[in-house]
Design a protein around this ligand. Structure first.
Ligand code: NDP
Length: 329
């Protein structure tokens, strides 16, 4: 009989009530796929929090193992790109949403979804970055493609003390930007300045009513909050600037006017990490390996055991997590 391993399983009863349990799983219980990976590290992203708490319909097939990203070692491959012993990273592609995910000792996925773990990175470091950090890099790459550079002016990062925010602050500071960090947690000012923020502004400054145009305060932005915050960020973006939007921590709506677009030529750049093409993923992970300060990464990371994932999922949707969480298996 093949080995069993622990897995977190989200189930639903006939009344659609969701339950989350730690169960014993075997390889034969996993879904189809041409590569099987021993999961060595994973993480808890905001989306994992939504999945486990059931606060948003992230999981679209039951029962399902959640967890949208992992790093580990290939143990079996029928895919031409991968062989036993290869170190790999997976982010998104519906894993933890429609396919069994990372919160298990093993994962079986399509080899097309994997990227190599950068040589200088451990599985733990890769998951300390996780989908949040990889998305922060995708946001920065989107701003750069639009021509944003440190000499164009400051950049704002909203939800700065969260996962995407902390990595974005750290990367942008390293790249030479003056980073304005917006947070609802004033007690995290020291933390954000240590990551490289040059200035802190209160979340409340951006969550109020939106004027069509405000004073021009930044050339670019990385927004994880959405709603009034994103609308205010756009209204204060300087002529020709751009904002990369990737999140909805403050809400899905966008109560904005067209004024920043048609009077200041501001651009709103949508960023999705789940279905991002492989070339972008490889570029993002290559740059994360060389440009993210590892001491800062360590400073923003809390390590938890597998048994604490469910509690951490509740904490992240309640805005209680600072920086990144890494799960050691
Ligand atoms: P975190 O919970 O770690 O960070 C979110 C931060 O947003 C919080 O730390 C807090 O920052 C701020 N925040 C939370 N609630 C509110 C609120 N009601 N109003 C204003 N600010 C709020 O989550 P992640 O960093 O992992 O993810 C951030 C967002 O990005 C999520 O919406 C997530 O779904 C999305 N995301 C999207 C991806 C994509 O592919 N497009 C990929 C990864 C993430 P502070 O305390 O500093 O104010």
């Amino acid at each position: 009989m093949s080995e069993t391993f622990q897995a977190i399983l989200i189930s639903r009863d006939e009344e659609k009530n969701q339950s989350v349990d730690i169960v014993e799983f075997g390889e034969s219980d996993l879904m189809e796929g041409d590569v099987t990976v021993v999961v060595e590290a994973t993480t808890v992203n905001y989306k994992d929090g939504l999945a486990i708490t059931g606060k948003a319909p992230v999981v679209r097939r039951f029962p399902l193992i959640p967890g949208i990203d992992f790093a580990g070692t290939v143990v079996c491959s029928h895919h031409p790109d991968w062989k036993e012993g290869d170190k790999v990273v997976l982010n998104g592609w519906g894993v933890g949403e429609t396919d069994h995910g990372a919160y298990a000792g093993r994962a079986r996925v399509s080899g097309d979804w994997l990227v190599p773990l950068p040589e200088t990175m451990s599985p733990r470091e890769a998951m300390s970055i996780g989908t949040a950090g990889y998305t922060a890099m995708l946001c920065i790459m989107a701003l750069e493609r639009h021509g944003i550079a440190p000499d164009r002016g400051a950049v704002i990062v909203t939800g700065a003390a969260g996962g995407v925010g902390s990595v974005a602050v750290s990367l942008l500071a390293k790249l030479g930007y003056h980073v304005i960090a917006s947070t609802g947690r004033p007690q995290e000012e020291r933390y954000l300045k240590d990551l490289g923020a040059g200035e802190i502004i209160a979340r409340a400054e951006l969550s109020g009513p939106v004027r069509p145009l405000g004073k021009e305060r930044w050339a670019g932005g990385v927004d994880v909050v959405g709603s009034h915050t994103l609308a205010n960020v756009l209204s204060m973006t300087s002529y020709g600037g751009a904002v990369a939007a990737c999140g909805l921590a403050g809400g899905m709506e966008l109560p904005a006017s067209v004024a920043p677009f048609i009077l200041r030529g501001v651009s709103l750049l949508g960023v999705d990490s789940v279905m991002a093409p492989k070339e972008l993923r490889l570029e993002a992970w290559r740059r994360l390996a060389s440009e993210l300060d590892r001491d800062k990464l360590a400073a923003m990371t809390t390590t938890i055991p597998f048994s604490d994932i469910i509690a951490a999922a509740h904490d992240i949707v309640n805005g209680k997590v600072r920086g990144r969480i890494v799960v050691e298996m």
